[in-house]
Design a protein around this ligand. Structure first.
Ligand SMILES: Cc1cc2nc3c(=O)[nH]c(=O)nc-3n(C[C@H](O)[C@H](O)[C@H](O)COP(=O)(O)O)c2cc1C
Length: 179
C-alpha cells in the first residue's frame, strides 16, 4: 500500500546488484503454463532514454485526449515520458496471437513483482504505458535490442525517489460476496 508511482527522481544511478534483484523479481512472477514469456531490456544510458522519450512523443496521436497537466509538457523538450529516470526496463514478449492475452498478463505480473522489489529496495518506479506507442516503430525498438517479432508490453522506470506522493483513499468495487 505504500508503493506509489514515482515521477521525480534523484540524480543517482541504481547499482547493478539492485537492478539484478529487480530482474530476479520479474523472473519469479507467475506465468500462464509457466511459459515465462517475458524478455527484459535494461537501459541506463540517458541519451538513449531521451531518444526513446522523443520518439514516443512523436508517435502519440495528435488527437489523443491528454490530461491538461500533460498538454503543455508534451509540447516542451522536457522528458515527460520517462521523467528523467536513470533506469528504464522494457518488458517485451514474442508476438503470439493465440497467447497474446496470457502473455500480456504475464508481463504485467512481472512488472508488479519488480515494482514491489523496487519499493523494498528504496527505489521508486512507474509503469509508462505511453511508451507502448514505440511498437509502431519496430526499428526504434530494434536499435535497443528488442527483436521485430516482439511486442513491447511493459515499459518501466526506476530510480531513487525525489517525491512522496500521497494517494486518495480507494474503494473496493465489490460486486458480490457469496457465502
Ligand atoms: C498500464 C499502466 C500504464 C500507465 N502509464 C503511465 C504513463 O504512461 N505515464 C505515467 O505517468 N503513469 C502511468 N501509469 C501510472 C498510473 O498513472 C498510476 O499507477 C496510477 O495513477 C495509480 O497511482 P499509484 O501507482 O501511485 O498507485 C500507468 C500505470 C499502469 C498500470
Amino acid at each position: 500500500m505504500g508503493r506509489r508511482s514515482i515521477r521525480k527522481f534523484e540524480d543517482k544511478t541504481v547499482p547493478k546488484v539492485v537492478i539484478d534483484k529487480l530482474l530476479e523479481a520479474g523472473v519469479w512472477a507467475p506465468s500462464g503454463m509457466n511459459s515465462q514469456p517475458c524478455h527484459f531490456t535494461v537501459i541506463e544510458n540517458r541519451e538513449i532514454i531521451n531518444k526513446l522519450a522523443r520518439r514516443t512523443k512523436e508517435l502519440v496521436p495528435k488527437n489523443m485526449p491528454l490530461p491538461e497537466s500533460l498538454q503543455a509538457a508534451f509540447k516542451s523538450d522536457k522528458d515527460v515520458v520517462f521523467y528523467g529516470a536513470p533506469l528504464l526496463i522494457l518488458i517485451s514478449t514474442k508476438k503470439n496471437e493465440d497467447l497474446r492475452t496470457l502473455n500480456l498478463l504475464d508481463c504485467g505480473l512481472a512488472a508488479q513483482n519488480m515494482f514491489l522489489a523496487a519499493y523494498q529496495a528504496g527505489l521508486g518506479s512507474c509503469f509508462i504505458g505511453f511508451a507502448a506507442f514505440l511498437n509502431q516503430d519496430p526499428k526504434a525498438l530494434a536499435e535497443v535490442g528488442i527483436p521485430e517479432d516482439h511486442e513491447l508490453v511493459a515499459p518501466l522506470i526506476f530510480g531513487y525517489p525525489n517525491e512522496t506522493p500521497v494517494s486518495e483513499p480507494r474503494e473496493v468495487k465489490l460486486l458480490k460476496w457469496i457465502k
